[in-house]
Every structure is written in structure tokens, then in C-alpha cells.
Design a protein around this ligand. Structure first.
Ligand SMILES: Cc1cc2nc3c(=O)[nH]c(=O)nc-3n(C[C@H](O)[C@H](O)[C@H](O)COP(=O)(O)OP(=O)(O)OC[C@H]3O[C@@H](n4cnc5c(N)ncnc54)[C@H](O)[C@@H]3O)c2cc1C
Length: 410
């Protein structure tokens, strides 16, 4: 079933145009070929997967939608933050669409960090080829020995030796690690001349993966399958100081910039996935007969439809409100934490109901629910687990209360 998208009256012409254009490409060029593109179906009498990919590349480029998160001078579509957020819910209707629009984590987050903190030379050497698809990258922050929930606990060190940084540490869950040509590594910098307070000690450094001392130990099994989320050892890895991103000590701030926008994008993606799960679930209820009647006539199932509708609407509107506040330059930290808790949980509930309605087919490889269910569960701990975000929400609300203010909801 194609995605049903019409212009939203409250949105400007440009955002509506981008949404409709994206939906047309997703509906015409991706949905009918999803199984072919993921290697789950044979070509049959239609085009080959490669032909579909080529056609897609042309359509996306002609529509001016390649790399929506980057400015035109770096080969991107030059979309604003809000335009990109609104585009994501359409793109994510197909779980595989984003890659055909040149916006895939962790490359997209790294591109944004390079754009904001990179020198002209770093942009030339790393950002441009990354955008053109000639290089791959990873972001290496989390470590097995310390809690990823507390980014200040990082133990990996970068020691200054003349014109080099020498990196030693142990990371894991570095996504895209096996394919990456370079990694952006979060380090605790030991530099007598650098800032010494807790946040000021973190610095991000670009490390080409062929540098001696970089050891990809393994792709960690995730959900029972080998993955490209890698465990990596950094043993006396020497890179020139020019590979440092931003000033010494800017690493924590850069990570926050990346994660803040990233959480909104992830939540809009989750909305798109839910939208798809919802359409598939509703369609099935109108076709499947049980005990002499269609599923749609059963109140249990009507409850699934109603509750899923409510979950999606709530998740979508919360995310849009958060994105609008960020776009207007407001302090949206509480809103970001709120969507980071609410949206993945709503996503889990919606997919779970869709699986239930589809019965055994719901957990099969014929439908996208298995990946959605695992993705939704994973989202509840990646990019900051639920508990940490709940603590932040309460802290911000209580700070207002202690200042004698009630919370301002709007
Ligand atoms: C599929 C996947 C891809 C990933 N990709 C990357 C990547 O590319 N690069 C990267 O650097 N990292 C990546 N990560 C790692 C991810 O960011 C971390 O897993 C996450 O930040 C949580 O850190 P942790 O696993 O060390 O859990 P911990 O910090 O050990 O937390 C474990 C649990 O403790 C509880 N908890 C934590 N703090 C508190 C608290 N203050 N109060 C109460 N309870 C608390 C929570 O329930 C939490 O789930 C990825 C993870 C996954 C699963």
C-alpha cells in the first residue's frame, strides 16, 4: 500500500513540496522493490536490483534531495533542520529508503560534526568524499569498561607528543566499524595547555582505520546476528594534531550537538516506521477472516487500531513540537529527553500490535516488523537510555520549581 501524503495546511510550500516529492519516490521507486533491494526476492520479469538502484539515484538527484542534511556546497540538498525532520517521517515509511537519499548513520552525524567543527582541509579530505559515497566512517565513543550513559567516564586517552596525538583505549559498539575508512574517536585529552575541567577534557579526533595500532577486534553479535557494530582497540595510535576536530576540549559539546539533532531525526524516523506498521496492520484487519468475520469487526482489534493511532499522533506531535522549538533557537533539552523516552516506547507498542494482528506472518521475514521491533527496543538504550532522560526531565522541571516557577507547557 503506498503512503498517503497530502500537503499539511500549516506548513510552508517548500516543506510540503519536499514531503510530496519524497513520498512519490518512496511510493514509486522503493516500496514495490523493497524485497528485491534487500535480496529477499528474485528479479523475476522486472528490473534487476542494480537497475532499480540506478534509477533511484537519478530520481533522487533530479529531485535535489540527495544528502538532505548537508548544504549544497558539500553536495547536499541544503534542507533546514525542520525540513529535514519533516522529510524523515516520509523516508522512514520504507525502512531502507534513507540510504538511497545519502543520509545514513553514523555517516550523517559525522558529516554534520565535520561541517560544524572541521577545518577547510578536514572538510576537503573527509567530508566531501564521505558525501560522495567514496568513504565510510564510524563514531567511536562507547567503551565496554565504563557506562556509556556517562560520557565523562571515558577512559580512552589522547596524549600530546610533539605534532601528534597518541591514542590508547578500548571502544565497542562503533557502528559501521568494519566498513569505515576513518573513525571519529572520543578521547580524554592529556594536554598540559588544554582546559582541565570535566567537560573540557574531551576531544574528538579523526583516525583513519589503516593507522597502525587500530585493531577491529570483532563485529559484535546484536540480536543473535553478527553486526558491523564493532569492538575496537586503539594501541599507541599516532595521528597528526591536524586530525583533531575543533579545539581541545570541544568533544563533549560536539557530541551534544550531534545527539540533540540526531534524537529528533531518530524520532521522526520512528514515526515513519510506525506509520507503515499501522497501515499494514489496518489493511490486514480488512482482509483476514477469523471465526466467520473480518478482524476489523472485533473489538480487541479495533482497540489495537485506536491505541496505535493515539500512540502515533502523540509521538508525532511531541516530536514536531520539539523540532519547532529547536528550530526557533529555544532550549529544547527537556523536550528532547521527553521524545527520546516516549517515541521508542510508542514505536514498540505499535509494532507489537501489528505483529499480533498478522499472526505468524508478523514475525516472518516477509514483513518489516521483526527489524522494527528490534530497532525500537534498541532505541530505548542507544543515544542515552530511558532512565537517564527521565532523570534529566525531572531535574529540569525541579530546577524551575526551586526557582519558584511552574512548568511552562506552551
Ligand atoms: C545497535 C547499537 C549501536 C550503537 N552505535 C554506537 C556508535 O556508533 N558509537 C558509539 O560510541 N556507541 C554506540 N552505541 C552505544 C550506545 O550509545 C550505548 O549503549 C548507550 O549510550 C548506553 O551505554 P551502555 O551500553 O554503556 O549502558 P550503561 O551506561 O552501562 O547503562 C546500562 C543501564 O543502566 C541504567 N542506567 C544508566 N544510568 C543510570 C542512571 N543515572 N540512573 C538509573 N539508571 C541508569 C539504564 O537502564 C541503562 O540502560 C550503540 C549501541 C547499540 C545497541
Amino acid at each position: 500500500m503506498p503512503m498517503n501524503v497530502t500537503p499539511v495546511p500549516a506548513l510552508g510550500e517548500r516543506i510540503n513540496h519536499i514531503r510530496l516529492l519524497t513520498a512519490r519516490i518512496v511510493n514509486e521507486e522503493i516500496l514495490p522493490f523493497e524485497r528485491l533491494l534487500t535480496g529477499r526476492a528474485d528479479q523475476g520479469s522486472g528490473p534487476s536490483a542494480e537497475e532499480v538502484r540506478q534509477r533511484l539515484r537519478v530520481r533522487v538527484t533530479e529531485a535535489g534531495l540527495w544528502a538532505p542534511h548537508l548544504p549544497p556546497e558539500y553536495g547536499g540538498a541544503g534542507l533546514s533542520f525542520l525540513e529535514h525532520a519533516y522529510m524523515n517521517e516520509i523516508l522512514a515509511y520504507s525502512p531502507i529508503a534513507a540510504r538511497f537519499f545519502g543520509v545514513v548513520a553514523p555517516n550523517s552525524g559525522n558529516q554534520q560534526i565535520l561541517l560544524r567543527y572541521g577545518t577547510a582541509e578536514q572538510k576537503r579530505r573527509w567530508l566531501v568524499p564521505l558525501t560522495e559515497g567514496r568513504l565510510e566512517s564510524g563514531f567511536s565513543m562507547t567503551e565496554p569498561e565504563v557506562a556509556g550513559s556517562d560520557p565523562r567516564a571515558i577512559r580512552t586517552t589522547a596524549r600530546r607528543e610533539g605534532d601528534f596525538w597518541v591514542i590508547n583505549g578500548h571502544k565497542w559498539f562503533t557502528s559501521n566499524g568494519k566498513r569505515a575508512d576513518f573513525l571519529i574517536v572520543m578521547c580524554r585529552t592529556e594536554d598540559a595547555g588544554g582546559p582541565s575541567e570535566r567537560n573540557g577534557r574531551m576531544t574528538q579526533i579523526i583516525v583513519p582505520t589503516d593507522t597502525p595500532g587500530v585493531k577491529i577486534v570483532r563485529g559484535i553479535e546484536v540480536w543473535g546476528r553478527e553486526s558491523d557494530h564493532c569492538e575496537i582497540l586503539y594501541e599507541d595510535v599516532r595521528v597528526p594534531v591536524e586530525n583533531q576536530l575543533g579545539g581541545v576540549g570541544s568533544g563533549h559539546e560536539a557530541a551534544q550537538v550531534r545527539l540533540g539533532a540526531g534524537r529528533v531525526y531518530h524520532c521522526m524516523n520512528a514515526v515513519g516506521h510506525m506509520w507503515r506498521a499501522f497501515d499494514l496492520m489496518v489493511e490486514r484487519t480488512t482482509l483476514r477472516e477469523v471465526h466467520g468475520g473480518l478482524l476489523e469487526t472485533r473489538q480487541f482489534v479495533q482497540g489495537f487500531i485506536a491505541d496505535s493511532y493515539i500512540d502515533i499522533q502523540a509521538a508525532r506531535l511531541m516530536t514536531i513540537a520539539c523540532a519547532e522549538k529547536m528550530d526557533a533557537g529555544g532550549d529544547a533539552r527537556t523536550e528532547i529527553s521527553a521524545i527520546k523516552v516516549f517515541v521508542p516506547a510508542a514505536f514498540e507498542r505499535v509494532v507489537d500490535r501489528a505483529i499480533q494482528v498478522w499472526g505468524a506472518a508478523g514475525v516472518s521475514g516477509d514483513l518489516p516488523f521483526w527489524a522494527m521491533a528490534q530497532g525500537a527496543r534498541t532505541l530505548r538504550l542507544a543515544d542515552g537510555p530511558d532512565e537517564v532522560h527521565r532523570i534529566l526531565i525531572a531535574k529540569n522541571v525541579l530546577a524551575g520549581a526551586h526557582a519558584g516557577q511552574g512548568w511552562n507547557f506552551g
